[in-house]
Structures are given as C-alpha cells and as structure tokens.
Design a protein around this ligand. Structure first.
Ligand SMILES: NC(=O)c1ccc[n+]([C@@H]2O[C@H](COP(=O)([O-])OP(=O)(O)OC[C@H]3O[C@@H](n4cnc5c(N)ncnc54)[C@H](OP(=O)(O)O)[C@@H]3O)[C@@H](O)[C@H]2O)c1
Length: 354
C-alpha cells in the first residue's frame, strides 16, 4: 500500500497471537501463483519484516457517516509476547508508530500487547496531528457490561456473586475492579506482584469493599461464581472451579489454557469484543484469511475505541497510562459506541457461539 496516502481517520497497530494465524494471513497475502509457505519457513523470516500497513479499513456508523483507516502489522513474534523480548517488541511498536504518523493517521489504536510493552506510556508520541489510545476504556466497558449481560442470561444476581479478577492490578483489571466493587458481593483479586496487589487491595479495604487477594490464584478460584481474565500471560490454569462458573477471557492472546474451553462445566466466553452493526470492509479483502470470529463484524474493544473517537471527531489521547480509566469515561465511550451502532459482541468462544 502507498505509505504517502493522504490523511487517515484512524490506524490500528496490531500483532498476531499464534503462528496458525500468522500462517493464515501470510499465505493469504500471497497471490495465486506463489507457493504456500510452511509455518517453519514463516518462522524463519517473520520477525525480520519491518512494520507495514497491510490493508485499508472502511467502517460505517448507523448515523450514516463513514471513516477510513488502515491496519499496521508490527510483525512481533507470537512466541515472544513476554517481558524477555521487551526491547525487541518496543522497537517494533515504535517502528509501527512512526509509520502511522508518516501516513497521517489522526487517531491510532495500540492493539493488544502493543500498548502493554509501552506500559500505556504514550506521552512522547502525541503530536498535534496524531493522537494515540490504548483503547482500554472501551475494552473494560465491554468486559464489565458483557459480564452483567451474561449474568442476566444465566439468571445470576450480580450483587450475590463473588467475582475473581485475574490481572486485577493491570490497566483493564483495575477498571473492572472499580466498576464491580459496588455491584458484586465480594471481589477476589489476583496478580503476581505482591506490592501492587497489596496497594490496590488496601485502597479497597479502606472503602469498605469486601475483598480477598492473593498472588496464588488457586487460593481464590474455588470461591468464584464469575471470573474475568485480563492478565498479560497465557496458559493460566484454573482448577477446582465451582460447577458452571461463568468465565470471561478478555486476554489477547487468550489467558486460559485452551483445554478449559472444551470442558462442559464452564461457561466461558471471549470478552472485551464489540460488533459493528453497519459493518466494515477491508481493501484488499483479506477477510477470509485474517477474520477469525464465528459471527460477522466483530472487532476488539481497543480497536473500536479509536473508531468511535474518529466517528466523533474526538481526536484526543483518550486512554493512556495505567489506572487512569474512570467510571465516567467507561460510560461515555460505551454510550458513544452504541450511538454508532457498535455494541457488545454476541457471546462466543473457540467452539463458536455460546
Ligand atoms: N479484548 C480486547 O479488546 C483487549 C484490548 C486490550 C487489551 N487486551 C488484553 O487484556 C490483557 C490485559 O491488558 P492490560 O492493558 O490491562 O495489561 P497490563 O496493564 O499490563 O496488566 C496485566 C495484568 O496482568 C497481571 N498478570 C500477568 N500475568 C499474570 C498471571 N500469570 N497471573 C495473574 N496475573 C497476571 C499483571 O500483574 P503482575 O505482573 O503483577 O502479575 C497485571 O495486573 C492483555 O492480554 C491484553 O492483550 C484485550
């Protein structure tokens, strides 16, 4: 795609969460005459590819307006979404950020891990022409409001529930904790860093919120009626859960070990996702290779936040840093998304629609 294209409403900086997805999209980019590449061959070259824009995106609002954006791939190795590869990943995200500015994007979403590697610190990137957002506010809104919706569907009264939040000290985890603290009976908070977990917990105890916290997840799991997973780790193991516990896995990549999704004693759905009622299209149309959801027009909440802001001409650094998401901003961005016909995605997991 031409990098000198005129000003764009938004850009999305992203990464793939598995080699299978990488293989699908890399082979999808290859034309008919080119032989398909094996995953092994792709692994040898993938992380050497510099950040580049892959396709344009046109999104429609129910108000009748349309916005134009672009997807920029960072080419981060999906096996290296961890702190050990921080320097390489930061440099890949910085390249993608430079590219988005060069393209003249007015609003840039840092999707999934790309905001985590920068710890949400976006201050040095803003310019008068390009604003950035982690998109975490709308993601948190879709998680908590999705959980409320799922509770109604399952006949569960939230105010009688004990809710476990895995990744409670993270940006999205803290927003979920604050939203649910006066709505649930009890909160169970989990993260690995003791100091941060204690700091958050002491604030809640001072506010008379009933909580229990632990760095040992297994000490908490068996008490939970509902679980939100928003940690920046994969293959988290949940054992000894209550029968029919309701689980929202909002991680990207998914937090939970995959075999949990085949267990019928769990009601698990993928959270933090929205659906665009008036649709969107890609150009070139890579939807067959890059689109992985069981229903049409699903997108991550973090990406949708940038789109909603672009629809609103609200070019500002909406979500940034850690712990800055307010309950007012959750309501504001959620209501703006509804205005444009974007709502919580239907409940689904890796097996399909729930
Ligand atoms: N669905 C969407 O649209 C969407 C949008 C944006 C982000 N996300 C995903 O949401 C997740 C959280 O994002 P974020 O921005 O809030 O990240 P963040 O600020 O870095 O927070 C991550 C949290 O996870 C905790 N954590 C990491 N590994 C853990 C483990 N093994 N057990 C328990 N806690 C653990 C961290 O605390 P410790 O380090 O102390 O353990 C921290 O509390 C990521 O997977 C991200 O990709 C999804």
């Amino acid at each position: 795609m031409d990098s000198t294209a005129s000003s764009l409403d938004f850009a999305v900086i992203g990464h793939q969460d598995s080699w299978q997805n990488v293989s699908n999209f890399v082979n999808g980019l290859r034309t008919g005459e080119q032989e398909k590449l094996s995953i092994e061959k792709i692994k040898n070259i993938y992380s050497f590819i510099p950040a580049r824009d892959l396709f344009k995106v046109k999104v429609k609002s129910q108000t009748g307006s349309e916005i134009n954006g672009v997807y920029i791939e960072t080419f981060i190795d999906p096996d290296k979404l961890d702190s050990q590869s921080l320097r390489t990943n930061i440099s890949k995200v910085m390249n993608a950020i430079s590219h988005s500015k060069k393209m003249g994007a007015k609003m840039v979403a840092l999707g999934g891990f790309t905001s985590i590697v920068l710890e949400g610190n976006l201050d040095s990137f803003y310019t008068d022409d390009t604003k950035f957002t982690t998109g975490n506010t709308l993601t948190a809104a879709y998680i908590v409001k999705g959980l409320e919706k799922a509770a109604i569907k399952h006949g569960i009264n939230l105010s009688e529930c004990t809710i476990l939040i895995v990744g409670a000290t993270g940006d999205i985890g803290m927003a979920c904790t604050n939203y649910l603290k006066n709505r649930a009976k009890k909160l169970l908070l989990s993260a690995r860093n003791t100091m941060q977990l204690e700091k958050l917990s002491q604030q809640l105890i001072q506010d008379n919120i009933t909580i229990k916290y632990s760095t040992n997840l297994q000490e908490l799991v068996s008490d939970a009626d509902m679980i939100i997973c928003v940690a920046s780790s994969t293959d988290i193991k949940l054992s000894n859960c209550k029968k029919n516990v309701l689980i929202c896995d909002a991680g990207y990549p998914k937090n939970l070990e995959t075999k949990i999704e085949t267990d019928t004693d769990f009601n698990i759905f993928h959270g933090g996702m929205g659906q665009v009622s008036c649709g969107f299209n890609f150009s070139p149309d890579y939807s067959n290779t890059i689109y992985q959801y069981p229903v049409p027009h699903i997108i991550h909440g973090c990406i949708l936040e940038a789109m909603v802001l672009a629809f609103e001409n609200k070019y500002e650094n909406y979500s940034a840093g850690k712990g800055n998401i307010t309950m007012d901003s959750i309501e504001e961005i959620y209501n703006l998304s509804l205005k444009h016909g974007i709502s919580i995605a239907p409940f689904y997991n890796s097996k399909g629609i729930c």
